[in-house]
Design a binder for this molecule. Structure first.
Ligand code: KG4
Ligand code: ZN
Length: 334
C-alpha cells in the first residue's frame, strides 16, 4: 500500500493505492479544493494556497487512512508531487510525505505531476503502460508525449506560449466569467455558434507538434473590444474560441500520431474533461482508425490518485528517492 500527496497548485489531495493481483486498486482518493477561496481573486494566490495546504494536509491524510480502513503502519511507501507547480504549495505536500516516510522508516518517491496526468488514463488497467501518444492539456502545460513504455518518453510538441487551460482561463477572465474559465467557457459555448467568429489556428498546417494560443487570445480580446455589448455575444465568442483551441489540439495530435505511427492516443489533464474536446478527438480518431483512451472523469483535474498510481509504478520498477529530494517548480517530463 502506497500513500500519495498532491499539493502542486490549489487542490490538497491524498490517495492510497494497492494492487489486487494485477489491477491497481484505489483504497481512497480525497481532494480538498480551494477553488472557492481563490475565485474571489480571479486566480490562484500562492501564499493563500500554501497556508490552506498546511491546514488541510493532516486531517486529509487521517481521513484517507480511515476511509481505507488502515493505519499509518500499514503503508509501505510514500509519494508526493515534487513538481512542476507553485513552489510554496509543493513544499507542503513534499515535506509532509517525507516526514511520514522518515517517521515510519518507509521509502519515499518524488513524483512528476505531469507524469501523473500522462499515466492517469491507465489507472484502471491491469496491463503495462502501452506504446501511445499522450496529449496532456492542463492549466500550466500542453504536451504531446510519445510514450514507448513507463519512463520512456519523448516530447513531440508543446505550447510555445500559453497552455490550453491557461488560454481558457484568460479568455474566461476577458469575458468576465468566474475562475476557472475552462468549464464556464464550455458551458457558454453550448449555446453558441462556433463559426460566428473566425479565430486563428496558429501553426495548424506546420509539420511539428508545437501549438500556440497567445495570438488566439489576442484575437478574442480585439473581437470583444469591437463589440458594443460583448455580453450579448458571449455564447458565440465562447464557442468560436473553444472551436479554435479544439481544432488546433485535434489536428496537431492526429498529425503527430500519423507521422510517428501511433495506434493509440490518450487525453489527460484538466482540459480533458471538456466534452467538446472528447467528442472532436473521438471523431477524428475514428476517421483515422486510431484508438482513443480517455481519462476517468474523476482523474482529469488535479488529484492524488494519479500521483499514487505513478508512485506505485515507480515503487515496482525503480529505486526510491533519497530524503534529500527537493521540489522543482519547473520539473520537466521529457
Ligand atoms: O490539470 P488541472 O486540474 O491543473 C493543472 O495541472 O493545471 O487543469 C486545470 C485547467 C484549468 O485551466 C481549467 O480551466 C481547465 O483545466 N479546465 C477546462 C475544463 N475543466 C477544467 N478547460 C476546458 N473545459 C473544461 N471543461
Ligand atoms: Zn494538473
Amino acid at each position: 500500500m502506497l500513500l500519495a500527496i498532491e499539493s502542486s497548485c490549489d487542490e490538497t489531495a491524498v490517495a492510497i493505492i494497492t494492487r489486487d493481483g494485477q489491477k491497481p486498486r484505489l483504497l481512497s482518493s480525497l481532494i480538498s479544493s480551494q477553488i472557492e477561496i481563490h475565485r474571489e481573486y480571479g486566480g490562484v494566490v500562492p501564499e493563500v494556497a500554501c497556508r490552506n495546504h498546511a491546514q488541510r494536509i493532516r486531517p486529509l491524510v487521517e481521513q484517507a487512512l480511515q476511509e481505507a480502513g488502515i493505519t499509518l503502519n500499514d503503508i509501505q511507501a510514500f509519494a508526493a508531487t515534487r513538481g512542476p507547480g507553485l513552489s510554496s504549495s509543493l513544499l507542503v505536500g513534499l515535506s509532509y510525505a517525507k516526514g511520514l516516510a522518515t517517521a515510519t522508516g518507509k521509502p519515499f518517491y518524488g513524483v512528476n505531476h505531469m507524469e501523473g496526468h500522462l499515466l492517469s488514463p491507465f489507472l484502471e488497467s491491469e496491463e503495462e503502460i502501452p506504446r501511445h501518444l499522450g496529449l496532456v492539456v492542463s492549466g500550466g502545460h500542453t504536451l504531446l508525449i510519445e510514450v514507448e513504455a513507463f519512463r520512456r518518453y519523448r516530447k513531440l510538441g508543446s505550447t510555445i506560449d500559453d497552455a490550453a487551460g491557461e488560454a481558457f482561463d484568460k479568455v474566461g477572465r476577458m469575458l468576465q466569467l468566474p475562475y476557472p474559465g475552462g468549464p464556464e467557457i464550455e458551458k457558454a459555448a453550448r449555446e453558441g455558434n462556433p463559426k460566428a467568429f473566425d479565430f486563428p489556428r496558429a501553426m495548424i498546417h506546420e509539420d511539428h507538434g508545437d501549438v500556440s494560443f497567445s495570438g488566439l487570445k489576442t484575437a478574442v480580446l480585439y473581437a470583444t473590444q469591437k463589440l458594443d455589448n460583448p455580453k450579448a455575444h458571449l455564447p458565440d465568442l465562447a464557442a468560436s474560441f473553444q472551436a479554435a483551441v479544439l481544432d488546433t489540439l485535434v489536428k496537431k495530435t492526429l498529425r503527430m500520431a500519423k507521422k510517428h505511427h501511433h495506434g493509440l492516443i490518450t487525453l489527460s489533464g484538466g482540459v480533458a474533461c471538456n466534452k467538446a474536446l472528447q467528442t472532436a478527438m473521438s471523431a477524428a480518431c475514428q476517421t483515422e482508425g486510431i484508438q482513443l483512451q480517455l481519462t476517468p472523469p474523476a482523474l482529469t483535474t488535479d488529484n492524488a490518485a494519479m500521483i499514487a498510481f505513478t508512485g506505485l509504478l515507480m515503487r515496482e520498477k525503480i529505486a526510491p528517492d533519497p530524503l534529500t529530494t527537493g521540489i522543482n517548480p519547473n520539473l520537466a517530463l521529457a
